[in-house]
Design a protein around this ligand. Structure first.
Ligand SMILES: Cc1ncc(C[n+]2csc(CCOP(=O)(O)OP(=O)(O)O)c2C)c(N)n1
Ligand code: SF4
Length: 499
């Protein structure tokens, strides 16, 4: 029977054989895997896949240790890329192979959390070899669950570093040949040569007895992390029936008969490492990044904001200060006590390539820094206007860096204000200040943030006095332009007439 602590889904059926069949689901899993229509409430894993079993073992261990509220699950690229659909934990999805590096950062920033890096063999032993090796060598107090199914599952069965000699894959159609491909990589044995790791074990999902061993290993690894012992890794030999082209029962047998002889089950390390107990000194982020501490006069100034959440996109080409304008707005938002985010996007060119940034200013915590339909678009050039203007909703606002709209511009649903910011900045003696003219105009028109805050940020950021003076004039000029022109003359349509 399910024990009472199990708050997850419990279904009981009378089997007719005098006993009761009980299906339980750990409360560490979401109740529903709410996916797209036809797949609703199923997992995305193939029948018989080891990922599902491994997930179950991890979820149960997290629940039994009572650490659900403080566990962060770092999921990889590979078939388990959607692990965050299932685990009701803190979830972070990271780049291919980088889970140990990201887990390191998370753990060092939040040492009281339980941090799990979950990785496939392609993820960990190919693209992520360096990350796992160094995280283990540093003795990071994280736990890595390494699902070894001897193949790249997600991408359709290419050879992995753990593919067996002779095993056929799409990239080794005649079987893996050591003369060409080297030998299968034994990750546990490799890591066990290092001094720092606290616990390394290899287990297998080949039969119920081995699954129980895996269960104990998963638990132990997490317990050791909880107790601050250092780096732990459990390699889990896992069936991939689909790519192996076997049915689930045969696939389990294949783990037992083919994988275990190559990757013997063993506890490779179970010792207090020499570095155990030494804690990483925690220093304030500002100190680590060598950022000057906030000045006394940068205290938060609370003021009324005419929005709950404001999303902006600022776009142009490199050198127009579009990214800087976004940074200024976020800094201003912070100083006015708002939640803020800034997400830059630019190409490899240093100058003149297209660049834009997403900015959110919000009274509440920001879910995503990504802005797909900006309420305010600042388009510093024509390509940015044509690229983003139609995304702006009807109640939105577009600032365009010209006297008038391009003649062939399709009608936008949002109101457009043309501000010849580059021209104005030129007249002030520096074309570079066009972004500040735009800032002045934006603040004057929307009143989203205060001019005084803009000025205090500029005063702190701009070190050259002559530039600061141009910025002061530019800010005022943008403001004046709106007061004098935008409403009276409303230069906002291709024909120069009002909206
Ligand atoms: C940077 C990068 N390189 C390559 C890929 C393609 N890719 C996606 S998953 C994968 C391998 C996954 O294999 P594994 O880690 O063994 O996980 P499995 O799917 O078998 O669970 C690869 C190479 C990618 N998404 N990103
Ligand atoms: S392809 Fe293999 S690893 Fe991926 S979900 Fe299917 S069985 Fe699992």
């Amino acid at each position: 029977m399910a024990d009472e602590s199990n708050a997850g889904l419990v279904e009981a059926q009378a089997s007719g054989n005098g006993y009761e069949l009980v299906h339980t689901k750990s409360a560490v899993f979401y109740d529903l895997y709410d996916r797209k229509s036809e797949l609703k409430h199923q997992t995305h894993y193939c029948p018989g896949c080891g990922h599902g079993i491994a997930h179950k073992l991890i979820a149960e261990a997290v629940q039994d240790l009572g650490v659900q509220d403080k566990t962060i699950f770092v999921s990889p690229v590979g078939c388990s890329v959607f692990a965050y659909y299932y685990f009701d934990l803190g979830n972070v999805q990271v780049a291919h192979g980088r889970a140990p590096a990201c887990a390191t950062g998370i753990k060092r920033a939040c040492p009281d959390k339980i941090v799990i890096a979950y990785q496939g063999d392609g993820d960990l032993a190919a693209i992520g070899t360096a990350e796992i090796l160094h995280a283990a060598n540093r003795g990071e107090n994280i736990t890595c669950f390494f699902l070894n199914n001897a193949i790249y599952g997600m991408t359709g069965g290419q050879m992995a570093p753990t593919t067996l000699v002779g095993q056929v894959s799409t990239t080794s159609p005649f079987g893996r040949r050591p003369s060409n491909d080297g030998f299968p990589l034994h990750v546990c044995e490799l890591l066990a040569t290092l001094k720092a790791p606290a616990y390394i074990e290899r287990v297998a999902l080949s039969d119920n007895k081995n699954i129980m061993r895996a269960r104990r290993a998963v638990r132990k690894a997490l317990e050791l992390q909880r107790d601050g012992a250092g780096f732990s890794l459990v390699e889990i030999l896992s069936p991939c029936p689909t790519i192996w082209n076997l049915d689930p029962v045969e696939a389990r047998r294949w783990v037992a008969e083919r994988m275990i002889p190559e990757f013997p089950l063993n506890v490779f390390r179970d010792a207090k490492p020499p570095v155990a107990g030494t804690t990483v000194p925690q220093r304030p982020v500002a100190e680590v990044l060598e950022i000057a501490p906030a000045k006394e006069n940068t205290t938060v100034v609370k003021r009324f904001h005419p929005f709950d959440h404001l999303s902006l996109k600022i776009a142009g080409f490199g050198g127009q200060g579009v990214l800087l304008l976004g940074q200024l707005l976020t800094e201003m938002g912070m100083r006015e006590g708002l939640e803020v985010s800034w997400l830059p996007s630019y190409g490899p060119e240093m100058r003149s390539g297209s660049a834009h940034c997403h900015v959110c200013l919000s009274k509440n915590r920001i879910g995503t820094p990504l802005v797909s339909h900006a309420q305010i678009l600042v388009a510093m050039n024509e390509p940015s206007l044509s690229k983003f203007a139609l995304e702006v909703p009807a109640e939105g606002l577009i600032f365009y860096n010209r006297n008038s709209l391009p003649a062939d511009m399709p009608p936008t649903q949002a109101r457009v204000i043309c501000v010849p910011a580059s021209e104005i900045a030129d007249q002030l003696g520096s074309a570079k200040a066009a972004n500040i003219v735009m800032l002045g105009a934006l603040l004057e028109e929307t009143e989203c943030l205060a001019h005084a805050t803009a000025w205090s940020v500029l005063e702190d950021k701009v070190k050259k006095l002559d530039l600061l003076e141009v910025d002061r004039l530019a800010l005022a000029a943008g403001r004046r332009f709106i007061d004098r022109h935008a409403h009276d003359e409303a230069v906002t349509q291709p024909d120069g007439f009002a909206y």
